[in-house]
Design a protein around this ligand. Structure first.
Ligand SMILES: *[C@@H]1O[C@H](CO)[C@@H](O)[C@H](O)[C@H]1NC(C)=O
Ligand SMILES: *[C@@H]1O[C@H](CO)[C@@H](O)[C@H](O)[C@H]1NC(C)=O
Ligand SMILES: *[C@@H]1O[C@H](CO)[C@@H](O)[C@H](O)[C@H]1NC(C)=O
Ligand SMILES: *[C@@H]1O[C@H](CO)[C@@H](O)[C@H](O)[C@H]1NC(C)=O
Ligand SMILES: *[C@@H]1O[C@H](CO)[C@@H](O)[C@H](O)[C@H]1NC(C)=O
Ligand SMILES: *[C@@H]1O[C@H](CO)[C@@H](O)[C@H](O)[C@H]1NC(C)=O
Length: 632
C-alpha cells in the first residue's frame, strides 16, 4: 500500500515537473486575492470581448477572437501579489495551460466596486535560474501604457450623486455617427435624487433624452437610462462609469463618462466599453455641450428664530459651514474630491420648534421638503434633528415624528457658532486629575515658545492640573505636569510653567441624563471644537471625558477612553484649592442651559470694576442679546 502511494507521488510530481519545466520552480501560490476583485469582469481588449474571472488564487481570461471566430481561454494562477494603498494590486500570474509556463505581470487599480483598470505585460518567459517574482516578471511592465477598463458583469448599482447631479439641456456631437452638433431644445440629461420613494432608495440612475435634429441623418429621438457604477478622479479628470441595463448586447451595455472637476460645460462619453479613449471632455468620441436648467426659487413663508442668524459649523459634518438668516439656511462643504457643494433650505412652515424647509434642488433638480426639529438656541449652540426629504409640502407628513430616524439611541446634532462667545464653564475651580485613554494630555509648548525651566525650585509633588480660575471662570487651563508645591508664604512655586491647553467654554446642556460641554481652542490643530461629557461624582470630585473630534458620539460617557465611543481621554478630577488660589469650585449640570444668560447679565450689572478687553466685549454682547430679547 505504502509503495503504491509512493509510486503515485512520484508519477504526479514527475508529470508536474514536466509540465512546468521552463520555470524550473515549484512553489505554493501565495495569493489570497481580495474579495473586491473576485468575480467576473467584462472588458474590450484589442477589439475583442473579454471576460476575466478572478478567484482566490487564479485568474482566467476568456476572449472571443473576431478573426479566428474562436474563444481563446488563458488559465493562470497567481504566484505573487502585492497590494498598495488597498486599491493598487500587482500580480505575477503563471500561465498553467501551456507546456512551458510563461508569466504575466498584471497591475489592477480598483476604481469603484464595479470598475477596475488594468495594465499588463505580455506573457514573458524567464530564465530557468530565476524565480518568477516582481523583480523578474515585472521589469518589463510599462506603467504608462493604456489602461484597459474592466466592468463587473454583476454590478452593484451606486448612487449617482457623486457622478452627476442636476438637469441640463444639451447639444450633442458624435464624431463617428454624424457631422456637426445636434441641438434640440427638448433634449436633456436628468440626474436627480428622487425623494420619498417608499423605501427611501437613493437614485442610482440618470436619463439622457435625445431628440432628432431636423436635417441631420443618424440623430434620433430616444431615452437612455444609465445606472451608475461609481466615479473616480485622476487629477482634474472626473470619470464615471455606467451600465445601460435595458441593453442586451454586452459591448453596448457599458460606457465611460468624463467631466472636468471644475467645469461642467462639456461632458465626454465613450461610444465603446472603454475609458482610455477619454482624454478630456471636449475631444471625447461623444460630447455633450451642457447648459444647466435654472433652479426654481422658493419664496420663504416663515421665519427662523432671530438668534439663529449668523455663521455656524456643523460638527457632525465637520467641513460644513452653515449660514443662517431669518429665512434661509445654507450649508456648504468641500468634499475630498470634487467641487464645493451647497445646499439651500428655505423656511416654509413652522409649528412650535418644528420647521418644514424647502430644499432647493441641486443644479436644476426639483426641490423637496424636509423637517428640522430645533431646540431653542442656548449659548453658542443650536441643537437640531433633521428628518427625511419628501416630495410634497404637507407639514403633517414631512414633520411627523416618524420622519426622524427611529434609532434606539439618538442625540440631537449640533451647530456651533463659527466665532463662539465664551461663557462661564459649568465645571470650574482647581482640580488635580488622573487621566486614562488613547490620547493623553501631554506637556507641550503652546505657540511654539521654548518652555521655561522651573529655576531653583524643588518640587515635592507633580500633578496634572485642571483649572478654571480666570476672573469669569470661562477658560479651562490644563497642565499635564504641574508642580503643586507652595513656598512658606503659601504661594505656588511653579509660576513659570504655562498651561498646555487653554479651552474656552462655549456651550453646555443636559440631554439623555448626560451633561455635555463644548469647548473651543484656537490652537488645536486637530479640532478646534471638542465635546466633553461631564458628571459630578462626589462633593469635590468630577468625572469628564473628551471627544476625539468636534462631534459628541452617542456612546460617549464620562468614563469613555477610546475612539470606539468617540472619546480620547477620561479625567478623574479631585478639587484642591490652595490658600492663595482664590478659585472657588462651581458646578452646573446643564439642566437649564438658558439660565446662564441672565446670570451673566447680573454679573455685568453688579460689577464695579470690569476689565477692559475680550471679557468686557463678551459680557456686552450677551447683554445686548438679552436686551434684544426684552424688546421682542
Ligand atoms: C483570504 O482572505 C479573506 C479575507 O479577505 C479571509 O476571510 C480568508 O480566510 C482568507 N483565506 C485564506 C486561505 O487565507
Ligand atoms: C502601484 O503600486 C506600485 C507598487 O506595488 C507602485 O510602484 C506604483 O507607483 C503604484 N501606482 C499608483 C498609481 O499608485
Ligand atoms: C427632459 O426631457 C423629457 C423628455 O423630453 C421630458 O419629459 C422632461 O420633462 C424633461 N425634463 C426637464 C427638466 O426639462
Ligand atoms: C437670506 O439669504 C438668502 C440667500 O443668501 C437671500 O436670498 C435672502 O434675501 C436673505 N434673507 C434675509 C431676510 O436677509
Ligand atoms: C434665542 O431665542 C429663544 C427664543 O426665540 C430664547 O428662548 C433663547 O434663550 C435665545 N438664546 C440666546 C442664546 O439668546
Ligand atoms: C517634578 O518634575 C520636575 C521636572 O518636571 C522634576 O525635576 C522633579 O523631580 C519632579 N518631582 C517629583 C516629586 O516627581
Amino acid at each position: 500500500m505504502e509503495k503504491l502511494a509512493l509510486i503515485f507521488v512520484v508519477v504526479v510530481s514527475a508529470s508536474h515537473a514536466q509540465l512546468y519545466l521552463g520555470g524550473g520552480y515549484d512553489y505554493d501560490p501565495r495569493c489570497n486575492i481580495s474579495l473586491t476583485l473576485r468575480g467576473e469582469w467584462y472588458s474590450r481588449e484589442h477589439g475583442d470581448d473579454t471576460f476575466t474571472t478572478i478567484e482566490a488564487e487564479s485568474v482566467r481570461f476568456n476572449s472571443y477572437d473576431q478573426n479566428t471566430q474562436r474563444n481563446l481561454i488563458i488559465d493562470t494562477r497567481c504566484v505573487a501579489l502585492s497590494v498598495y494603498n488597498n486599491d493598487n494590486f500587482t500580480f505575477v500570474l503563471q500561465r498553467t495551460d501551456t507546456p512551458v509556463p510563461c508569466y504575466y505581470c498584471t497591475r489592477m487599480f480598483v476604481r469603484t466596486l464595479n470598475v477596475i483598470d488594468k495594465i499588463s505585460t505580455t506573457c514573458v518567459n524567464i530564465n530557468p535560474s530565476e524565480r518568477p517574482d516582481f523583480s523578474t516578471v515585472c521589469r518589463g511592465l510599462d506603467v504608462n501604457m493604456e489602461q484597459v477598463t474592466l466592468f463587473s458583469t454583476n454590478p452593484t448599482p451606486k448612487n449617482c450623486r457623486s457622478s452627476l447631479e442636476g438637469v441640463w439641456k444639451f447639444a450633442y456631437k458624435n464624431t463617428y455617427k454624424f457631422f456637426g452638433e445636434c441641438k434640440h431644445p427638448d433634449a436633456n440629461i436628468t440626474a436627480c435624487q428622487v425623494p420619498g420613494s417608499q423605501f427611501f432608495i437613493d437614485n442610482q440612475q440618470f436619463q439622457v433624452n435625445y431628440r432628432k435634429c431636423e436635417g441631420m441623418e443618424d440623430t434620433q429621438d430616444g431615452e437612455v437610462q444609465f445606472k451608475c457604477l461609481g466615479d473616480w478622479y485622476i487629477g482634474k479628470n472626473h470619470y464615471f462609469a455606467v451600465v445601460n441595463s435595458r441593453e442586451s448586447r454586452i459591448d453596448e451595455k457599458y460606457r465611460c463618462f468624463l467631466a472636468n472637476r471644475d467645469d461642467d460645460t462639456f461632458l465626454g462619453s465613450s461610444i465603446t466599453p472603454e475609458c482610455n479613449v477619454l482624454k478630456n471632455p471636449q475631444d471625447a468620441p461623444a460630447r455633450y455641450h451642457m447648459e444647466q436648467v435654472k433652479t426654481e426659487i422658493m419664496e420663504p413663508r416663515c421665519k427662523l428664530p432671530d438668534n439663529f442668524t449668523g455663521q455656524w459649523i456643523n460638527t457632525a459634518n465637520f467641513d460644513a459651514d452653515v449660514t443662517i438668516n431669518r429665512t434661509h439656511m445654507i450649508e456648504r462643504w468641500k468634499p475630498d474630491t470634487g467641487r464645493i457643494k451647497e445646499q439651500i433650505y428655505v423656511c416654509v412652515e413652522k409649528r412650535n420648534n418644528r420647521y418644514m424647509m424647502a430644499r432647493h434642488g441641486i443644479n436644476g433638480c426639483s426641490r423637496d421638503y424636509v423637517c428640522f426639529d430645533f431646540v431653542p438656541r442656548h449659548h453658542s449652540v443650536i441643537r437640531y434633528r433633521k428628518g427625511k426629504e419628501l416630495r410634497d409640502p404637507v407639514f403633517s407628513t414631512v414633520c411627523s415624528w416618524t420622519m426622524f430616524k427611529a434609532k434606539q439611541d439618538w442625540r440631537y446634532d449640533i451647530l456651533v457658532m463659527k466665532t463662539p462667545v465664551s461663557i462661564k464653564c459649568p465645571v470650574a475651580g482647581k482640580f488635580k486629575f488622573i487621566q486614562t485613554g488613547d490620547i493623553l494630555f501631554e506637556t507641550r509648548i503652546r505657540g511654539g515658545v521654548t518652555q521655561m525651566p522651573r529655576p531653583n525650585t524643588y518640587c515635592k509633588e507633580n500633578i496634572s492640573d485642571f483649572s478654571v480660575c480666570d476672573r469669569d471662570q470661562r477658560i479651562i487651563a490644563i497642565d499635564a505636569d504641574y508642580c503643586v508645591s507652595v513656598d512658606h508664604f503659601g504661594r505656588p512655586v511653579d509660576i513659570y510653567s504655562e498651561p498646555d491647553h487653554m479651552l474656552k467654554c462655549i456651550g453646555f446642556w443636559r440631554e439623555n441624563l448626560k451633561s455635555y460641554l463644548i469647548t473651543y481652542e484656537e490652537e488645536d490643530a486637530y479640532s478646534k471644537y471638542r465635546c466633553w461629557v461631564y458628571q459630578r461624582a462626589d462633593l469635590n470630585r468630577v468625572l469628564m471625558s473628551l471627544s476625539v473630534g468636534a462631534f459628541c458620539h452617542v456612546k460617549q460617557d464620562v468614563v469613555s477612553i477610546s475612539s470606539r465611543e468617540g472619546a480620547q481621554v477620561a479625567l478623574d478630577m479631585v478639587e484642591y484649592e490652595r490658600e492663595h488660589d482664590d478659585c472657588p469650585m462651581y458646578f452646573d449640570d446643564g439642566t437649564d442651559p438658558y439660565a446662564q444668560i441672565s446670570d451673566q447679565a447680573a454679573i455685568f450689572n453688579s460689577a464695579t470694576d470690569v476689565r477692559i478687553g475680550a471679557s468686557l466685549l463678551i459680557v456686552m454682547f450677551t447683554f445686548v442679546l438679552s436686551l434684544r430679547r426684552l424688546r421682542f
